[in-house]
Structures are given as C-alpha cells and as structure tokens.
Design a protein around this ligand. Structure first.
Ligand SMILES: CC/C=C\C/C=C/CCCC/C=C/C(=O)SCCNC(=O)CCNC(=O)[C@H](O)C(C)(C)COP(=O)(O)OP(=O)(O)OC[C@H]1O[C@@H](n2cnc3c(N)ncnc32)[C@H](O)[C@@H]1OP(=O)(O)O
Length: 241
C-alpha cells in the first residue's frame, strides 16, 4: 500500500477512508502480507492533517477521528503480515502507522521518526502510547513520549523502533519481503493468533474506551487554547517553507 497524498502524506479524512477501504480489500482477498510505504521521496507520512483539526466542522472531525481509530484497528489488528518500508520522515501519526506494522525498515538519510505530540502541547491518546510500548521498552517509550523525542535512523534502530536500515526504497521493500519470507515455514493460523494475542490488550483498551477517546478528542479540538496553538503551529510550518 503506497501513500500518495502530496506534499507530505498528511492523513486527512479522505486518505484515511481510502486506507480503511484498502485494508478491508487486503483482508478480503486473503493476501499473505502487506508492505506500507510512501510515494514521496522524503516523507513517509507527516501524521494527521492539522487542517482537519483546525476550526473543524464537528460532524467531519468526528468522522475523521473514528476513521483513524478504524484504520488503527484494521492495521494493528490485522491477520495478514504487515511491514513498513519507511522511506522518509515519520512524525506523530506517521510513526503510529509504522509502529502498527509488525516490522519496520527505514531508509538511511536525514530522516526522523517518533511521537512528537508533547512538543505541540498535545497528549498522545492511550492507543498511540500502547502502540509504542508494543514496539520499544516501556522506559524508552515514556522517555520518548514525554520529551517528544524524534529519533534519527541510527537512534531508532538502537532503541528497536525500527528493525533494519535500508539504502533506498527498493532495498527497504526487499528487506520487508525478507521479513515476510520468514513465515513461509510457519503455520499461518498459529502466526496470526499469536500476533493477535500479543496485541489483544491494546486493542481491547480502545474497543472498550472508543467513545470516551472520541469525546476527549472532540473536547480537545473545541478548546480555544488548542485552536490558538494549532494556528501558531500551522503558521510555523508555512513560514518554514
Ligand atoms: C487523551 C487525549 C485523547 C484525545 C485528545 C487528543 C488528541 C489529539 C491527538 C492528536 C494526535 C496528533 C497526531 C498527529 O499526527 S499531529 C501532526 C503532527 N505532525 C507534525 O508535527 C509534522 C509536521 N510536518 C513536518 O514536520 C514536516 O512537514 C515534514 C513532515 C518533516 C516534511 O518536511 P518538508 O518536506 O520540508 O515539508 P514542509 O514542512 O515544507 O511541508 C510541506 C507542506 O505541507 C504542510 N504540512 C506539513 N505537515 C503537515 C500536517 N501534519 N498537516 C497539514 N499540513 C502539513 C506544510 O505546512 C507545507 O504546506 P505549504 O502550504 O506551506 O506548502
């Protein structure tokens, strides 16, 4: 699955709906595996589209958040094998997508990956945190989350946020295929049940608290102080360009 929403693959409602549909198709056509990557030469995904949260239409922003939850359920909780070929920056929601896969290969270069929410004055939702603690040790996750740490490729490899480094996108995809090939001699049902048991606690936490998570998000986007911060953040991103 190749993300292709220039310039930075920010996750807006339309892209999330497309992802959700594609994940359904992959599950339905009984694909063995999926590799998630990006069509951009330098950004895997810039995370959530800030414009979806800035001065939002309430009905749309509710659909936006529930679709994001759905994409996470379908990706994190998939039966099929998942790997991410991270060929560029992966902040926040971009990191969430990569961590929701079972294996991550990142191309070398001046790219970074991590959950930077606290730097924006935002608390990452529990399921973002659960996804991180499913990937790297709890102590490292707490440190990274509280300090909004963006890891460079070497740091990400050292902490286990990524599994391998690749020279370029083709190499990243080849390495993801190498990971997928490891399952050729492992019974598929045993593999998928084991994966889902490992992920069950995180999945159940969001299933049980899904409405509450949505309400927290809706309160968050309707808070005038948050709107002001988002406005300043958008300006800072635009000034940079
Ligand atoms: C308990 C609580 C429960 C619920 C409440 C809380 C819930 C809220 C939780 C929300 C969780 C949030 C998750 C997120 O993902 S927020 C998004 C965070 N993302 C970022 O901070 C990344 C910002 N972008 C960048 O750092 C760079 O763009 C990037 C990715 C490194 C690429 O750099 P570069 O190639 O130089 O590109 P530009 O910066 O020049 O950007 C080009 C263009 O794109 C616009 N843009 C960039 N990122 C975003 C984005 N995330 N959304 C929308 N638009 C974006 C940028 O402004 C430029 O626009 P222009 O018009 O100038 O071309």
């Amino acid at each position: 699955m190749t993300l292709q929403r220039p310039p930075v693959n920010s996750l807006n409602l339309d892209l999330l709906k497309e992802m959700s549909k594609s994940l359904d198709e992959i599950a339905k056509n009984k694909s063995k595996a999926m590799i998630l990557t990006s069509a951009s030469p330098k950004v895997f995904s810039a995370g959530l589209d800030i414009m979806e949260m800035y001065k939002p239409d309430l009905k749309r922003v509710e659909e936006f958040w529930t679709t994001l939850q759905e994409v996470w359920f379908k990706l994190f909780g998939s039966n099929f094998i998942t790997a991410a070929a991270i060929n560029g920056h992966a902040p926040a929601g971009g990191c969430l997508l990569a961590m929701s896969c079972e294996y991550r290969v990142m191309t070398g270069g001046n790219f970074s990956i991590g959950l930077n929410e606290t730097a924006l004055g935002i608390v990452a939702p529990n399921w973002f945190m659960d996804t991180m603690t499913n990937t790297i040790p709890v102590r490292e996750a707490e440190y990274a989350l509280t300090t909004a740490r963006m890891f460079n490729v070497e740091e990400a490899l050292k902490v286990g946020l990524i599994d391998e480094v690749a020279t370029d996108k083709d190499d990243a995809i080849a390495k993801c295929k190498g990971f997928i090939g490891k399952f050729d001699r492992i019974p598929a049902l045993a593999r998928s049940i084991t994966k889902l048991k490992m992920r069950q606690a995180a999945i159940k936490r969001l299933q049980d608290g899904r409405r509450e998570d949505l309400n927290e998000f809706l309160q968050f986007v309707q808070n005038p102080k948050i709107q002001k911060s988002l406005e300043m953040y958008i300006q800072s991103l635009k000034k940079k360009a």
